[in-house]
Design a protein around this ligand. Structure first.
Ligand SMILES: [Ca+2]
Length: 309
């Protein structure tokens, strides 16, 4: 039986490489999950995991126990995203079953490995996907520099970790929105935001604030910034508050290869870049989010504090 949903609610599936509880691991998947759980604009039909799925499952269940409002299945996918294309998984089969029940929007905030496997084993289900939104991609020639921080180019991690799978998803002709670094860099969370969560009073809030404070410390040490960009939460935000986002619609997208600007994170003199630009050959066409207006930040904070409207 389906869960009753408000008329305005959109059925989504989240595919994530959540870490959240490990020092040195990005907290943004956890923030994206908190945002999704608190919003009435989406109903999360399932969460599939990729990369270090043991820890991912444990911390996802922890967050669901603290902030979930309805039951959500959590299923394990590719543990080793670098070598798992062609392997079926519980995640692939659960997502396939969910797509047979209803059309879904997929929020892909990890590598595209699970989605590529879905389309390999169940290619006919591509047409049941309304949209995939990825935290990935850039405008042609951009480097990922955090505004105000040291000039250290950050990686396009979800693309860099499994470019072939991203390519397979794009080749399948599924409608794709890229809401990655450039858009997310409009928004940061700072010490005041973390303090608000710490003082918020729900059972998990102090733990969440501690995780965010440690992640902020890593940004201070690494990039010289006392705040951080909540990437994946912004990717999810595109579905909730598109009115706060600016887009290039149906812009040509392709993969280009050139000198590797993020060698701290990915080996090799050269690497592939997933790029959009009106001047590029239209190998694919995607919607590309490039800026988020300030209206999104208080909305995001309201959801993280559980004061949703
Ligand atoms: Ca992620």
């Amino acid at each position: 039986m389906r869960t009753p949903t408000p008329l305005t609610s959109r059925a989504i599936w989240i595919d994530t490489d959540i870490i959240f509880n490990r020092f040195g691991g990005d907290v943004d998947d956890g923030l994206a999950l908190m945002l999704a759980l608190d919003s009435d604009r989406v109903q999360v039909r399932g969460i599939s995991l990729n990369r270090d799925v043991d820890n991912g499952e444990s911390v996802t269940r922890q967050l669901l126990a603290l902030y979930g409002r309805y039951p959500i299945p959590v299923v394990r996918g590719a543990d080793d995203i670098f070598a798992s294309f062609g392997e079926n998984s519980a995640a692939v089969e659960a997502l396939a079953a969910a797509l047979r029940r209803e059309r879904l929007t997929i929020v892909a905030i990890g590598a595209a490995t699970n989605l590529a496997n879905l389309l390999l084993f169940h290619p006919a289900l591509a047409e049941r996907i309304d949209e995939v939104v990825f935290c990935a991609g850039r405008q042609h020639g951009q480097s990922f520099l955090a505004p105000g921080g040291r000039t250290i180019a950050l990686p396009d991690a979800n693309f860099d970790n499994d470019p072939a799978s991203m390519q397979r998803v794009l080749d399948a002709g599924v409608p794709v929105t890229l809401a990655g670094f450039e858009a997310a860099a409009s928004i940061t969370l700072d010490g005041n935001d973390i303090d608000r969560i710490r003082r918020n009073g729900r059972p998990g809030d102090r733990w969440v604030a501690r995780r965010l404070a440690l992640w902020r410390l890593i940004w201070r040490l690494g990039l010289g910034l006392d705040r951080f960009i909540p990437f994946d939460a912004c990717t999810l935000g595109h579905l909730l508050y598109p009115e706060c986002f600016h887009y290039l619609r149906q812009v040509p997208a392709t993969i280009n290869r050139r000198a590797n600007d993020a060698r701290r994170w990915k080996k090799g003199a050269e690497k592939d870049y997933l790029e959009v630009g009106t001047e590029l050959p239209p190998r694919w066409r995607v919607d590309y989010a490039w800026r988020i207006d300030p209206c999104f930040k208080p909305l995001l904070m309201n959801h993280l504090l559980g004061t949703r409207q």
